[in-house]
Design a protein around this ligand. Structure first.
Ligand SMILES: C[S@@+](CC[C@H](N)C(=O)[O-])C[C@H]1O[C@@H](n2cnc3c(N)ncnc32)[C@H](O)[C@@H]1O
Length: 234
């Protein structure tokens, strides 16, 4: 099994500014789908081919994967996909904040690294700050799609998203988990999991009209749920 990259190590804390859409896509004012932790980018590369009227940005912390994926992206027919190296928890907030209103219309986090040990939960990609930055950039009705093959990973993502109160699950999103993928192209991990006949847990949220909680408030409430022992000592 591959070693996960520790996003909290000092190397990955370096600020790295992502370019604006004008420098990434041939038609920069199309809606953007952002896929966080996209690995080799097969899902986004496939979606970009099928949906030329969307732009697709994948971000990934493992540089060798990005090198190959972005080479394919740059060679794509429609100029509507890029795969960039960054730590999503460091670089996305500023990038999303600088976007024009309603430019970002879909965000996906698919099969994120699990980091099972409680003391490693802070390495998980969906953290309160990233969730709130995403909620700030998405207008009401726009989508946040989460999927994983690990219940212990999807359940905390759902719990955090619902704790923020910024997203609703539409009635048509089956409970407890939707069986089909709203995206037309599976990821690498999804393909593998489905080939093994293992379950996949999926949730599609839509941004609602609610105002955002503060990051510190959500972080504190989240820590009380996710790591109560540490919450008592801080
Ligand atoms: C289990 S893989 C799944 C990849 C892909 N989404 C799929 O479904 O096949 C999770 C990916 O997220 C990336 N990742 C983890 N933390 C990240 C972070 N903070 N920023 C960007 N990428 C991250 C990992 O390097 C890894 O490639």
């Amino acid at each position: 099994m591959r070693q996960h990259v520790n996003p909290l190590s000092s190397f990955f804390q370096l600020p790295l500014e992502l370019p604006p859409p004008e420098q990434l896509f041939r038609v920069p004012d199309q809606p953007i789908h952002l896929d966080i932790g996209c690995a080799r980018g097969r899902c986004l590369l496939g979606l970009a081919e099928r949906d030329p009227h969307w732009n697709h940005l994948g971000v990934e912390i493992r540089r060798p994967l990005v090198t190959s994926a972005d080479r394919d992206a740059l060679a794509s027919e429609h100029g509507n996909v890029r795969i960039l190296f960054c730590n999503a928890n460091i670089s996305l907030e500023g990038w999303m904040k600088a976007l024009e209103q309603d430019r970002l219309q879909r965000v996906s986090i698919q099969f994120p690294d699990p980091w099972f040990k409680r003391r490693h939960h802070k390495r998980r990609v969906l953290q309160p700050a990233l969730l709130l930055a995403t909620a700030t950039a998405l207008q009401p009705g726009r989508e946040l799609f989460l999927q994983s093959d690990v219940l212990d990973v999807i359940e905390p993502m759902v719990a955090l998203t619902e704790l923020s109160a910024c997203f609703d699950r539409p009635a048509e999103d089956q409970r407890p988990w939707r069986t089909n993928n709203p995206l037309a192209v599976p990821t690498e991990r999804e393909r593998y999991v489905l080939e093994q006949n293992l379950p996949v847990y999926r949730v599609l949220y839509r941004r609602n009209q609610n105002p955002l909680p503060s990051v510190s408030d959500l972080e504190q409430r989240w820590q009380e749920i996710d790591n109560p022992a540490e919450a008592l000592t801080t």
